[in-house]
Design a protein around this ligand. Structure first.
Ligand SMILES: Cc1cc2nc3c(=O)[nH]c(=O)nc-3n(C[C@H](O)[C@H](O)[C@H](O)COP(=O)(O)OP(=O)(O)OC[C@H]3O[C@@H](n4cnc5c(N)ncnc54)[C@H](O)[C@@H]3O)c2cc1C
Length: 203
């Protein structure tokens, strides 16, 4: 998802990426985005960017944003060709090293309008609301993984615990009480997430 720009982070109304309509019903997008998770990689044949930009007649602020689908490769008469979207660099950050966070440049990139003109935020949040729930579930998964590793450490060291390991176990044990046992708290979390997802999707 390509929202953030150097001058527009929390305040998306400052977004400057421009989208010009073409005679073929497509759009040409130009602008800069930053902090884009998975903006460039070679794990998949194509990357489909969801980009917030502004049409020439757009009102000011966040009400003037439209959403465009901008693929890394677009189909042409001669086959698939590279679109005008490039990665300018990978952001340097502490931790989260397995996820490339990229600066992206759109240079008259071919895009397709998604939803209504100037209805970009509404359209983007269809995806983002679901993504938020998925990130929450990722957190539950991390807690479960941490719990399993801590349990395993306790099992492995329980028989002949040295004083160092014993101190570690004393750190770990409080987190293994039933009230905060991840599987116990994870089940309601998964259930709530499922219900919220059903509500969003009208299920
Ligand atoms: C690892 C990582 C991955 C990311 N991936 C993506 C991505 O895939 N796509 C994408 O578009 N963006 C992505 N981002 C950008 C992320 O969405 C922004 O970091 C976020 O929008 C906040 O911007 P900022 O960090 O510049 O904070 P700022 O906008 O500078 O805000 C800093 C603080 O000030 C507060 N603040 C700002 N403005 C106001 C105001 N007017 N009134 C009161 N408080 C205010 C904010 O709440 C915040 O606490 C990513 C960021 C990171 C770190």
């Amino acid at each position: 998802m390509c929202l953030t720009e150097p001058q527009a982070a929390t305040d998306l109304g400052q977004i400057r990426t421009r989208a010009l309509g073409d005679s073929d019903g497509l759009y040409r997008l130009s602008g800069e985005k930053m902090f884009i998770t998975g903006g460039e990689h070679d794990l998949t044949e194509n990357i489909v960017h969801l980009v917030l930009g502004r049409l020439p007649d757009a009102p000011r602020g966040s009400r003037g944003l439209s959403l465009f689908l901008v693929p890394k490769y677009v189909r042409s008469a001669t086959g698939m060709q590279r679109n005008g979207v490039t990665c300018d660099g990978i952001e340097k950050k502490m931790g989260l090293t397995a996820s490339p966070t990229c600066s992206m440049r759109f240079d008259e990139a071919t895009g397709y309008l998604i939803g209504q003109a100037h209805g970009g935020l509404r359209a983007m949040f269809v995806m983002m609301n679901a993504a938020r729930l998925q990130v929450a579930m990722q957190g539950v998964g991390h807690a479960e993984s941490a719990h399993q590793r801590a349990s395993s450490l306790c099992r492995r060291t329980g028989a002949n615990a040295t004083s160092v390991v014993y101190r570690r176990r004393r750190c770990v044990r409080p987190h293994l009480t039933p009230s905060c046992h991840p599987p116990c708290s994870a089940r309601p979390s998964v259930h709530c997430r499922r219900r919220a997802n059903d509500r969003i999707l009208g299920g």
